[in-house]
Design a protein around this ligand. Structure first.
Ligand code: TXE
Length: 480
């Protein structure tokens, strides 16, 4: 069975413990590879390597850094099929999705930040005859990057690429649930000639590797994407150490649909915003708010289209929804469907685990599920489920809608469907989130600030925001 290795100081190495963790193929529910069960010792080795590499990497010219990161980007593109198949096997998502979204986006993350640094300028402030200021933006040193299992390589590179581009060295930990493409990335970095120690990837559990990264005194910055509860734990450790922190956490996003929307465009996109990646995207619109006059028409068509979605073998090109990432997560989603029924909801379609035939019988699959008839403030409508489950909630007017849409502790994103642009802008301004899509969903421009408010996170990444986060400003004042 394949044994993955840590990537420390430019080499693929065993964990200090020599112990390994089982890695599952969720489409079959079986172990197919082994992951290093790393600990504090491995993190210390990684930090030492990163510290050693930092003086040379941070003073490498931006042109040279760009060249190396572009090589990594090209190698990801060249290995599209291999990486997409690996991502699908590790996570359960359809290969077609990994090929169209996850892996191209990972390549783009490197491409985008590799070239962004060529155009990045810092500020200067003139004080007229008195003098002037200029602001240096210096890399912070060793950055800690911790990422989740839902978009494994996509979110891993979203952190690593700007951190490296800005001149930092990195100690990174992918999710122990989906480590494979991070491992393949370490092979790519070696092939691309990334200098030793610039990027270090330590595999293993969150409570061992993740917490060692978070609490390490020589890691002054943490970029984390994952669950809100974990984010709170990280913040508790990082705050008294005065670490720079960026937290991208969960969501319970409203998808707001008015009667006057472009119905066909809206319904096709709503299928995607509800069930893409088995609903395991923090940006999915899991609460669908419908203006009363459109409720019945929407319900009928949405249920029909959802029933046509194929839950199946992720390698089959006809599959729309693949496997749920783990047995635990599948059980969590099923428990929320049960809870929804207990809370008085009616399941319009779905609601059950799916058992496939042949060698996929032990895989973890769930039908795409639509629920109606729940109060807006019940647990099903306020807690993050992170699966292929959406609820329908009618509304009468804008005030009513906004009160309900803003009633959860989350505030990541919102989608608004209307042809009335004044209304769209009015709602966009009043909805408590970090990202709003009007008449679209997940249309991404990497220059824009990305992140949430309330329990969805702290800080923003993307574009200039990411380069600012991964550097420290130093103002220099000169009196003339
Ligand atoms: O996240 P965790 P999980 C949400 C979603 C999901 C829930 C749990 O609701 O059901 O989070 O998913 C590492 N110190 N999102 O269990 O546990 C862990 O090893 C430091 C939303 O995957 O937060 C992994 O690498 N690190 C989200 C990473 O943190 C720790 C996407 C995320 O794991 C740690 C995924 C610790 N104490 C899940 N404990 C989004 N917003 O995109 C764990 N980790």
């Amino acid at each position: 069975m394949q044994k993955l290795q840590n990537y420390i100081d430019g080499r693929l190495v065993e964990p200090a413990s020599k112990e390994y963790i089982d890695n599952y193929d969720p489409s079959k529910g079986e172990v197919y590879s082994l992951i290093p069960d790393s600990n504090e010792e491995d993190v210390n080795r990684a930090v030492n390597a990163a510290q050693k590499a930092f003086p040379a990497w941070s003073s490498t010219s931006v042109e040279k850094r760009c060249e190396i990161l572009m090589r990594i980007s090209s190698l990801i593109e060249q290995n599209l099929d291999k990486l997409a198949n690996a991502e699908s096997k590790d996570n359960g998502k359809p290969v077609s999705l990994a090929k169209a979204v996850d892996i191209p986006r990972a390549a783009t993350n490197f491409h985008f930040f590799a070239t962004a640094i060529l155009h990045y300028a810092s500020e200067s402030h003139s004080m007229g005859d008195l003098g002037f200021n200029y602001t240096l933006r210096e890399p912070v040193g060793v950055a800690g990057c911790i990422s989740p299992w839902n978009l494994p390589l996509y979110l891993f590179t979203w952190k690593i690429a700007p951190a490296l581009a800005a001149g930092n060295c990195v100690v990174a930990k992918p999710s122990e649930v989906t480590p494979m493409t991070a491992y393949l990335l370490s092979e790519i970095c070696i092939e691309a000639g990334l200098p030793n120690g610039v990027l270090n990837i330590v595999h293993g559990y969150g409570n061992k590797v993740g917490s060692s990264i978070t609490s390490h005194p020589d890691i002054p910055l943490i970029s984390f994407t994952g669950g809100t509860k974990t984010g709170a734990e990280i913040a508790k450790i990082a705050a008294p150490m005065f670490k720079k922190l960026s937290l991208e956490l969960g969501g319970k996003n409203p998808n707001i649909i008015f009667e006057d929307c472009d119905f066909d465009k809206m319904i096709d996109t709503t299928i995607k915003s509800s069930f893409s990646n088995q609903g395991e995207i923090c940006l999915c619109g899991s609460r669908i708010f419908l203006e009363k006059g459109i409720y019945e028409k929407f319900k009928t068509e949405f249920v029909t289209k959802t029933k046509n979605l194929v839950v199946g073998d992720p390698t089959d090109s006809k599959t729309n929804l693949g496997a749920i990432v783990s047995e635990d997560h599948m059980n969590k989603i099923l428990s929320y469907i049960k809870l929804a029924e207990e809370e008085g909801g009616t399941i319009l379609t779905g609601g059950n685990q799916v058992t496939l035939q042949g060698d996929h019988t032990n895989g973890w699959y769930i039908e795409p599920t639509i629920i109606q008839g729940l109060p807006y403030d019940c647990r099903t409508n306020t807690e993050e489920i992170f699966g292929p489950v959406v609820t329908l909630i009618p509304f009468d007017n804008e005030d009513d809608l906004l009160m309900m849409a803003n009633s959860t502790k989350y505030g990541l994103s919102a989608t608004i469907w209307t042809e009335n642009l004044s209304r769209a802008h009015r709602i966009a301004a009043r909805v408590h989130v970090g990202i709003v899509w009007i008449n679209c969903w997940l249309l991404r421009d990497l220059r824009t600030p990305f992140g949430g408010v309330k329990n969805s996170g702290v800080g923003r990444e993307g574009g200039v925001e990411a380069l600012r986060f991964f550097t420290e400003p130093k103002n220099i004042c000169l009196k003339l």
